[in-house]
Design a protein around this ligand. Sequence first.
Ligand SMILES: Nc1ncnc2c1ncn2[C@@H]1O[C@H](COP(=O)(O)OP(=O)(O)OP(=O)(O)O)[C@@H](O)[C@H]1O
Length: 305
Amino acid sequence: MADDLVVRASGLCKYFGDRLVVDGVDLEVPQGRIYGVLGPNGAGKTTTLRMLLGILEPDRGSRTIFGHANPRAVGDRIGYLPEERGLYPAMKCREAIAFMGALRGLDWKEGRARAGDLLEAAGLGHAVDDKIRKLSKGMAQLVQLLGSIVHRPDLIVLDEPFSGLDPVNQERLEALIRAEQERGATIVFSTHVMAHAERLCDRLAIIAGGRRRFEGTVDDARAKLPMHALYTPRVAGNGLAALLPADAVPAGDGFRFLLPADGIEPVLERVMKGGHGIAGLSIERPSLHDAFVRIVGRDNMGDVE
Ligand SMILES: Nc1ncnc2c1ncn2[C@@H]1O[C@H](COP(=O)(O)OP(=O)(O)OP(=O)(O)O)[C@@H](O)[C@H]1O
């Protein structure tokens, strides 16, 4: 690919009735990366993903997938886990996965073989011959996800893939997403759970109220917030506060303050000279959650975790 971008979307807009729910969203997803689309409930994530995939047509703006203006032309190179979950309840897991592969052009026998391997790798080897109706909701969701990747797509789009999974299955899903990236796939997933995004994403976009509020790496997002230092003296006492930055506030047995622009060292020199010693010192990096709150604003947080 000439420019190494699998997805290139520019100025995507979508109205439902007279309500503008996606308002000029740009997205550029580099090949081979894990890309997060983050935002609170109702932010416009699903609508954006649906426009990328050609399930919905944008009212304004344009997008290309693998350089094609019509995403359906490259449908067999795409794997998609929609927000609505659903498999045929009477099918066995192996067949359900092979069936989804067949819909994307995968040979049935090959699909069955891959389904067995995928189920095994996802820790669901025991369920190959179980009917879907026997599975828990979370397990069925994983099976559906395996069905969406069994044809080894180059682009995988997952809409809230972690929702409804218990912590063990969330970890399995993280491992699976990483394994797909190692295989060479590009992954786009939406979430309102910051922890997954923090661990997985090479880049991310934060959407709120239909608008893109941020684009960059997790570290770029964190850099939107200042770092804090937490210092605990060995010997407290008079005069210590005067040696610390003006914004220092008591925290536990010590003090918390913004990391000064010239670093922590000058502060440490002063407190050492003053005979206060160091019983504890930590530099707090803002989390993606903190950055999200700053970028989106508390009023727009919804139920972001
Ligand atoms: N088919 C539709 N008709 C009318 N309004 C819709 C339709 N689909 C979505 N909306 C509205 O558009 C807005 C964006 O919805 P969307 O599902 O894209 O958000 P989201 O970020 O994916 O939210 P969630 O995390 O809750 O799934 C919401 O206010 C939603 O109610």
